[in-house]
Design a binder for this molecule. Structure first.
Ligand SMILES: NC(=O)c1ccc[n+]([C@@H]2O[C@H](COP(=O)([O-])OP(=O)(O)OC[C@H]3O[C@@H](n4cnc5c(N)ncnc54)[C@H](OP(=O)(O)O)[C@@H]3O)[C@@H](O)[C@H]2O)c1
Length: 434
């Protein structure tokens, strides 16, 4: 049988691992798929760096030339970025009738609909298993395996850097900056970490998951995004005492007001599967009518784990199996109504620095009651040592609210602030009940 001819653009962490596995495990892959897979072309920036990996593959200085080469059947894009050469090479490959495999979440989150429509029109595949949660095969699960379900919610720990930092802060009682520096030393965080810790990486992945779960076009702009910079070790200690852990979650769910998509630090009960996910590991939980609840846990990044997902997509193509990129025709991807964050409903953790004098807490409770917010618990904490920067004469007070709306809690906290019984800004963390 004629081999499936593959061109790989980008030979970094992921591309290098894909090339090594495709060449090193060629016989095993042919045995698993029934068809040999051969790397016929490779493109990256630095030819000298790539030379030891090249084998019999042809070198291309320009990824666009590789994308259009008559010597490849599949173009594997592992360069990254939602514009520039990654976007133009993927578009060129599709126009030239090549199937595309990519790990590029940014490209899919920004241009998924347009690229899916182009691939469909050309009758080629656009496969992106590696774009979300690295080695966890969640795309296939949402797009294919759960086709018999109506999905209500998909949520996950989608960024290993954030989960590593939060895990270390909780385990060691360390501050955010210290744990970020440690993550950078260990290579888990970039020199410029903002894409990860400010929630944007999670938002890109959530845009793709929401699209697959709800049959809507990827809509990055509709996602409410908050990162983990504001989380303190006091919050993690209080969460622990209350039976919770704090995780950066991406959540997409059906609500009465439309599809709600949000990325923010979240308190999850210690009894949930997501609470047990530590370090750089990723997890995705799905709630759907037939399977009820399903959680996938595994490595969310790294060369080999991500290469596993890329190779799975290539193996599908070798078997002749292609699926529409988002599981249904691009023309049927709705522009689903999005629920604004102000309409979000749920419980809240609120940490206030309250003036230590009689009547302060009662005054706060009165203002909250006026907004019809009720409490599951109120805890006044006496810090063993005053937290750095703490105002003298103020004590930390933790409130856990019953379900209320985002608008209501924000307005109530504005009123509390205006009342002069607290110092600084209230800390607010949303609670995910299951
Ligand atoms: N790393 C992970 O764990 C992971 C996990 C999931 C998804 N992803 C996604 O996988 C993709 C690749 O990530 P990575 O971590 O492997 O990145 P990386 O290590 O930075 O590698 C990028 C590669 O692209 C090449 N490149 C850059 N500009 C190019 C251009 N103009 N033309 C041709 N090649 C060019 C680089 O070439 P030189 O080496 O010659 O500079 C390098 O080989 C990204 O979309 C990323 O989001 C990564």
């Amino acid at each position: 049988m004629l081999p499936l001819r593959v061109g790989i653009a980008g030979l970094g962490t992921v591309g290098g691992a894909v090339l090594r596995r495709l060449t090193g495990d060629a016989a095993a892959i042919a045995a698993r798929t029934g068809r040999p897979v051969q790397v016929t072309g490779v493109a990256a920036r630095d030819r000298a760096k790539a030379a030891p990996l090249l084998g019999e593959a042809n070198w291309f200085d320009d990824a666009l030339d590789l994308a259009r080469s008559p010597d490849i059947d599949v173009f594997v894009e592992l360069i990254g970025g939602h514009e520039g050469v990654a976007r133009s090479a993927v578009a060129a490959a599709i126009s030239a009738g090549k199937s595309v495999v990519t790990a590029n979440k940014a490209l899919l989150a920004h241009h998924g609909l347009e690229l899916a429509a182009a691939a469909e029109a050309q009758g080629v595949a656009l496969a992106f298993e590696a774009a979300v949660a690295g080695g966890i095969p969640v795309i296939k699960v949402l797009r294919e395996a759960l086709s018999g379900n109506t999905i209500d919610r998909v949520c996950g720990i989608l960024n290993g850097t954030c989960n590593y930092i939060l895990t270390r802060m909780e385990a060691e009682g360390l501050g955010f900056a210290e744990c970020l520096a440690e993550a950078q030393r260990l290579g888990y965080a970039e020199a410029d970490p903002s894409f990860d810790i400010d929630g944007f990486d999670t938002a890109h992945k959530l845009a793709i998951l929401a699209s697959l779960a709800f049959g809507s076009a990827p809509d990055l702009d509709a996602i409410h995004v908050e990162g983990i910079r504001s989380i303190t070790s006091d919050d993690l200690r209080a969460a622990d005492d209350l039976g919770y852990r704090v995780k950066l979650l991406g959540v997409a769910q059906r609500t009465d007001h439309g599809i709600e998509t949000r990325v923010h630090p979240t308190m999850v009960a210690k009894t949930t599967a997501l609470a047990a996910v530590h370090g750089v590991t990723n997890a995705v939980a799905v709630n759907a009518d037939a399977v009820r609840e399903l959680t996938l846990v595994g490595p969310g990044a790294g060369g080999d784990a991500t290469a596993s997902a890329v190779l799975g997509d290539i193996a599908d193509l070798a078997r002749g199996s292609t699926v529409l990129p988002f599981g249904r025709p691009a023309a049927l991807l709705e522009h689903a109504p999005r629920a604004p964050m102000q309409r979000h409903e749920g419980g809240y953790y609120v940490r206030l620095s309250v003036r230590d004098r009689p009547g302060s807490i009662a005054a706060i409770a009165t203002r909250m009651a006026a907004a019809e917010i009720s409490f599951e618990s109120i805890m006044q904490r006496q810090p063993v040592a005053a937290p750095r920067g703490a105002e003298p004469g103020f004590v930390p007070v933790i409130l856990i609210t019953h379900a209320t709306s985002e608008t209501t809690i924000r307005e109530a906290l504005d009123a509390v602030e205006a009342g002069g019984t607290i110092a600084g800004k209230p800390q607010l963390i949303r609670i995910e009940r299951n």
